[in-house]
Structure formats: C-alpha cells, structure tokens
Design a protein around this ligand. Sequence first.
Ligand SMILES: Nc1ncnc2c1ncn2[C@@H]1O[C@H](COP(=O)(O)OP(=O)(O)OP(=O)(O)O)[C@@H](O)[C@H]1O
Ligand SMILES: [Mg+2]
Length: 254
Amino acid sequence: MITFQQVCKRYANGKDALQQVSFQLDDGELVFLTGHSGAGKSTLLKLLTLIERPTQGQIIVDNQNLSAINRPGIPYYRRKIGMVFQNHQLLFDRTVFDNVALPLLISGYSRKDAGRRVRAALDKVGLLSKENLLPIMLSGGEQQRIGIARAVVNKPPILLADEPTGNLDPELSAEIMDLFQQFSQVGVTVLVATHDLALIDRYPHRSLVLRDGVLLEGAATLNGEESPQNSHASDLDLKEKVEGDVGQEGSAAR
Ligand SMILES: Nc1ncnc2c1ncn2[C@@H]1O[C@H](COP(=O)(O)OP(=O)(O)OP(=O)(O)O)[C@@H](O)[C@H]1O
Ligand SMILES: [Mg+2]
C-alpha cells in the first residue's frame, strides 16, 4: 500500500531530514515509526500527506506515484488518508458530531447524508452517545477518539498518526492503540509515529526506526517476528537503537 524507494528530504535550510529511506507497508499492516526527537518521523508523514515533497526518490501509495500528483490533485489524493495528531485539532465551539462531520461537509456531503457515516465512525470509537456534546465536556482520551473518528469518517485505506498518545496515560494510550488495531484488522494500513517505547513494547507490530534521518537496517523486523524468549533482548535493542545517540542528535535538532 505504501512504498518508499530511496527517499531523501532536504529542507530549504540544507537540513537532511531523511536520507535514502526505503521500506514497504502492506495492506492492513499496522507499523510503528519511531526514533529520537528530530529523527525525521513527522517529515516522513508530511511526505505521505504531500505537505512536503521529497528531494529525491519515489513514494508510491496505493499504486500511485506521488510525484505525478500536482496541486489540484492533492485534495483528492488526501481522501485516501486519515490523519491523527497529538493535539487532535478539534473545533471547541462545535459539537462532537460537527467535528467528525467536517471532512465530509468539506468534500460536499449534505449534513443529512453525512449523518450516517458520522454515527458509524462515532460508534466505532465508542462515542455515539456523546454526539451532541461539546469536546470540552469530554476527557482527554475521548477527545483523542473524536480526532480518530474524524480521521476515519471518509473510510480512508490509510491512517497516519503523529504521536497520537503523546498526552495520554498508559491506559488511554492502550485504548487508542486498540482502536488502531481494529482498523488494521479490517484492512486499513496504519502507521503510528511515536517515541513511546513502552507503548511499542506492548504490541507485536514491527517498527521502522529512524536515526538522524536514516532508517536503521534490520529494524523493520525487530518487534515483528521475534520469538517470545527473545523479545526482551529485542526490546533492549530497540531502546538502544532509538536512544543510542539522542544526546548528540536530539540536542542538535532542537
Ligand atoms: N520545515 C523545516 N525546515 C527545516 N528543517 C526542518 C523543517 N521541519 C523539520 N526540520 C528538521 O528536520 C529534522 C526532522 O524533523 P521531524 O519533525 O521530522 O522530526 P521528528 O522525528 O518528528 O521529531 P519529534 O519527535 O521531535 O517530533 C529535524 O532536525 C528538524 O529540525
Ligand atoms: Mg514529530
């Protein structure tokens, strides 16, 4: 569903945020994207949403080469992608229903036609009974679930999340991850950027590990096919890979 071939991203100031990044995500896969602060996680997601363009290399999404998509094509392409953010970016003067309906109304649905899809999305995230409340009346975890309902209301084949559990405690983080797993089980390809290694640790999914813009060799299968008796060693390995040179890179990035 998603293929990166030798992708490089150099920002205008000369910063090489991604270098020669190649990987593939299959349909319905759930994969973590991790690495120290400044490693390039958000940049990689921005290339997928066409907020940024690669300086070199090819990105193929759903058999479409992103380099062939021009400006007018971007909104159509983006309908393939649901995006979840750490600070969920809700409209606090609108109801839960209105927040989730927003992408549908933007793409031309009437309120009436949007209703069924909005309720289906709210049902999936367990918020159907709260559709008429304002976001401020909901907990942090529930607010994050509104953001997820909004991301999936279009039924996109791809869901990208940038630090979706950044503000949540471990229990609520697990709820959010459970939702992502449910989407992946029905065929949605899910990429979750996070530096929460404790969270990654609790799930069997593979991790793409970036260090200073480079995708680490072999990291792709670190969590995936490990036998249980090896999992502890691989956790340490992952921690080392992610935090190995944080002092150097992390401070330089800020
Ligand atoms: N628009 C930009 N112009 C120049 N440099 C940028 C830009 N955006 C990001 N960078 C730099 O590119 C590198 C990667 O940034 P990115 O935001 O992708 O990291 P990240 O892994 O998401 O970090 P974090 O965990 O802190 O969110 C950093 O060094 C950052 O300073
Ligand atoms: Mg980031």
